[in-house]
Design a protein around this ligand. Structure first.
Ligand code: ADP
Ligand code: ZN
Length: 215
């Protein structure tokens, strides 16, 4: 099964993706996490991506598609896949279709998480991310047991540069311009698209996400 979680920054894709990946026994593929790992490792890709990410811009499609292709090549060809934060442009969606069709696969389900801009801004301003494992907490909604320390791995929690208020507003514009067109794209695609209202507690959202995916 191949599932895409679509939605604006801050809507909770990452949080839902971790749980859903376990439920479908699949690989969670977050391009944001892969890019942050590349930056930590100081790879060429990490260096190229850095400026775009910190400014709240999208990393160029060609870099992202190479990253995803390489990552998929490291997995068993039958693995269930859950994409989080990818595709983000129609060029990426087309690229994904061609990679999948090359191995006789296709996108099976697309779930759109929705929330108002007010909610998104509030969530991102309170977000704290683990530098080591990528786990996400929120100082208002979902605090870590010990302030500044990851419950998951004990790593340090930071406020991402791209979660600063001005950059957050810019990311929402970038989403409207470059990623929102994917909603119509997938509504017309074989996979169809299911909407989940994400302005509710994590567990309620998760139930709907599971229903949408049919697991
Ligand atoms: P969020 O979902 O909160 O926006 P991500 O961790 O998914 O955060 O992404 C952080 C940044 O990484 C994006 O703002 C962008 O610069 C870059 N990025 C991640 N995925 C992609 C992608 N598929 N295409 C282009 N840029 C991406
Ligand atoms: Zn951690």
């Amino acid at each position: 099964m191949v599932v895409i979680l679509l939605g604006p920054p801050g809507v909770g894709k990452g949080t839902q993706a971790v749980r859903l990946a376990a439920a479908i026994d699949g690989e969670h593929i977050s391009t944001g996490d892969l890019l942050r790992a590349a930056r930590r490792d100081g790879t060429e890709l990490g260096k190229q991506a850095q400026g775009y990410m910190d400014a709240g811009e999208l990393v160029p499609d060609a870099l992202i598609l190479d990253l995803v292709r390489d990552h998929l090549a490291s997995m068993p060809s039958e693995a269930s896949l859950l994409f989080d934060g990818f595709p983000r442009t129609t060029a990426q969606a087309d690229g994904l279709d061609s990679v999948l069709s090359g191995v006789g696969r296709q996108v099976d389900r697309v779930v759109l998480l929705e929330a108002s801009n007010e909610t998104l801004v509030e969530r991102m301003s309170g977000r704290r991310s683990c530098m080591d494992c990528g786990a996400v907490f929120n100082v208002h909604l979902n605090t870590s047991e010990i302030e500044g320390v990851c419950d998951n791995c004990g790593g340090p929690l930071i406020h991402r540069i791209d979660d600063e208020p001005d950059t957050v507003l810019h990311r929402l514009e970038v989403y409207q311009e470059q990623t929102a067109p994917l909603v119509a794209h997938y509504e017309a695609h074989d996979s169809g698209l299911l909407r989940v209202q994400a302005e509710r507690g994590m567990d309620d959202v998760y139930l709907d996400v599971r229903n949408a995916v049919g697991v």
